[in-house]
Write a protein that binds this ligand. Sequence first.
Ligand code: ZN
Ligand code: ZN
Ligand code: ZN
Length: 163
Amino acid sequence: MYKLSKSISRLRIKCKNEAKGCTATFPLSEEFCHSAGCQFEPVACPHQGCSAQVLRRDLEAHAQRCEHWRQLCPMGCGTLLSLQTQAQHNCYRQLRQEYEAQRQTHRAIAAALQRKMRKMQNTMAHMKRQIGLICESLEVMDSQEEAETTGEASSSTSSSSSS
Ligand SMILES: [Zn+2]
Ligand SMILES: [Zn+2]
Ligand SMILES: [Zn+2]
């Protein structure tokens, strides 16, 4: 009996993927180990959404051109790249475009603020002029009143009157 079991364990079996091209033979006890690394073992594509089953030896080639291939841009711009967009994606250009766009918005905001400030300054200058005019006319009225009440018709009726 001992001899038999020993010869069974020594019995070399063929890989179950023989039909797919694996020529390996190994003791029965090593079957699990072999199939875990067998290049002819069908394995699922690791990309989400892909239902392809490919031989392990073809997996790398498949994964590289799998249409479900997705990867975040390695430059860290946050863009999720696919096979189609990967070739066109130029991170530097994209970042630059974003930067330029941001700069233009900032410039536009600054210009708008400047316009507002200028408007306010204009309004303030206008108000100052108005206030000045009002003050002048009040002074004129005062001096006129003074002149009327005191009866003095001297040169104090000019706009630069005494206080
Ligand atoms: Zn095999
Ligand atoms: Zn795939
Ligand atoms: Zn990028």
